[in-house]
Design a protein around this ligand. Sequence first.
Ligand SMILES: Nc1ncnc2c1ncn2[C@@H]1O[C@H](COP(=O)(O)OP(=O)(O)O)[C@@H](O)[C@H]1O
Ligand SMILES: [Mg+2]
Length: 482
Amino acid sequence: MIREIFQSGRPLTYIRSAEEQRVAKVLRQVALVLGAVPLPVWTWSLTEGLRRDGRPPEPGTEAPRKALDFIAAHSDAAIFHLKDFHDPLRDAPETRRRLRDVYEACLDNSKFVVVSSPVRYVPEELERSMIFVELRPPDPVELLEFLREETGAPEEALRPVASALLGLTVDEARYALRRALAGGKPLGPESLPLLLEEKRLLVGRTGVIEYIPEDTSISAIGGLEGLKTWLVERKELFAMRDRISAEIVPKGVLLMGIPGCGKSLSIKAIASAFQLPLYRIDMVEIFSGRHGKPEGAFVEACRLVEDLAPAVLWFDEIERGVTATETAGEQGRIFGFFLTWMQEKARGLFLAATANRIEMLPAEMIRKGRFDEVFFVDLPIDAERIEIFKIHLMRRGVDISGFNLANLTEFTKGWAGAEIEQCVVSAITRARLANRDVAEEDLIRIAAKMVPLSRTMHEQINKIRAWAFERAVRASPQAGDR
Ligand SMILES: Nc1ncnc2c1ncn2[C@@H]1O[C@H](COP(=O)(O)OP(=O)(O)O)[C@@H](O)[C@H]1O
Ligand SMILES: [Mg+2]
């Protein structure tokens, strides 16, 4: 791409990348193929000034202004790589002015100036003469080449390693690789957890994206049969994503509904079923202002995870972004971006969104065709509640062969899954304190005393239901008492 920019005759380029060395490497490669003879590459840094490959620096060129004078006066074709030149550009109008002169001096003279910096700063007056590009982290092919250079291992062994490293910069990949090799084991399946750990650290640094390592099987979800069937079907399609037409590749799902009924749990199960890592974007952090403007932070986070694909990306309580009225303008832009991005994002990325306060979501978002499906997760019906009891009792090693759980349906009308889990935990605690095994009686006694949230929040829940029935598919297709 850089080569195309140069060939089109544009003398000023701004490359945003944290990887100076990789930029330098790209420029050296371009320099070789650009003309009949290789172009010399000069580099500038604040500490060393301007120097041509391996030669001593030109005296006095540490000063940005002097460096630009030198470039303007230089009579031969060359590439000038100015590292971290955003600072001088930001600090001095004189530098910005001089760079415009340099533009004139380079035009049609086969002289190219490239600013590289980890941050974007293109001054307004240079906006039209300077082309801005972003150097994305290396793609699988580049990573594979890097791994071959570093390890000399056969390609077969390196391919899963390259997938695990996707989204990391070359430097980060090198670091991850060294850590994985430090254990003395050969590269292979055993080293993958170490590589993924490195990725987790990278993502954690952003403060708005969290890697969720949990493995949740579909069988951990009680009820919600409609959602489960859908999930099993989509899993097949997703696995075929590179061989089928883009239209039918699953791209995302929205789960909305009553709190505590298994939305978050289901998202974890989706990631496990798709055998993909799960990343959660924290909308509250995005809007906190701690990471700059919400819109910028959101876009940045989306781009980063795109580099981590294939993955499931989870927007938890996505409506949180919509509720704070003082940032209404930002929200409009964020949702606008989100809706477009959903259509054009990488194929390997599956978006999962969850919402409690669904009436806050823009209609645009719920409209057919945006998400593959919009599910409404309601309070569990009698049979589902029994299933949820079973799951939570058995998970905690309780022998339920002597239980008749049907006795519990009467006492647990209107309960959410989270409340059932709470009841199981209380019963086990009580039995343990009394130094005996849990009995069905314990469950019933606790259940009889508990007032579910749905009773105190009756109004709201009816509102959520009425609203959702028209707009979403029920995750639990069976009719029954709740
Ligand atoms: N349908 C369900 N099956 C099994 N457990 C459930 C179910 N619904 C809720 N739970 C339990 O309650 C906890 C909280 O539910 P969660 O998925 O976070 O609810 P939501 O995201 O809908 O508010 C879950 O981790 C799980 O232990
Ligand atoms: Mg949740």
